[in-house]
Design a protein. Structure first.
Length: 176
């Protein structure tokens, strides 16, 4: 199977330096709202990991509500405020341990063929919970590409976790 061509990813040092800059820039909550402060964080994740879509979903009852979405131009498949049943989502399955937090090639995994399908392909994904102080799970920070991405690794997952820590801090300080 041929791999899809992907844009060049910034180096890990670039990612970490930019995330550190964003942590400082958002330290006081700034004058913007949560979306304005999270947008560059999500864009950094999407660009660095070479993903098509990155989003923050809040768990509200039985639903996952998309609170913040960043997509490559022409690749938007979900909108802020839309919701889907948590049980249908890969992200819920990651949180409760039924799926791994990183999958490079979803179509190649036979066990994934039994999962719910969407109106768009998921070739690879990374997903981490957004855990508030006290341990309550707010939701998830997830990203995915339409094509498989064999280059993804544990370092990418750690970087998503770093971004999730910043996102969680902003959510706690500024609300949804």
């Amino acid at each position: 199977m041929a791999r899809a061509s992907r844009p060049e990813r910034p180096s890990g040092q670039d990612f970490e330096a930019e995330l550190a800059r964003l942590q400082v820039a958002t330290a006081d909550g700034g004058s913007g709202g949560l979306s304005m402060l999270l947008s560059p964080v999500l864009r950094l994740v999407r660009e660095h990991l070479g993903m098509d879509v990155v989003f923050v979903a809040q768990f509200v009852g039985e639903n996952s509500v998309f609170r913040h979405v960043e997509a490559r131009p022409g690749r938007r498949v979900m909108a802020v405020g839309e919701a889907c049943a948590r049980e249908r989502s890969y992200c819920q399955r990651v949180v409760d341990g039924r799926l791994p937090p990183l999958e490079r090639n979803v179509p190649a995994r036979e066990d994934f063929s039994r999962l719910p399908t969407f109106d768009f392909p998921i070739g690879s994904y990374l997903s981490v919970p957004l855990r508030l102080q006290g341990g309550r799970i707010y939701g998830v920070l997830c990203c995915f590409s339409f094509a498989p991405n064999e280059d993804l690794g544990q370092r990418d997952l750690r970087r998503l976790e770093m971004a999730a820590q910043l996102a969680t801090r902003l959510i706690e300080e500024l609300g949804t």
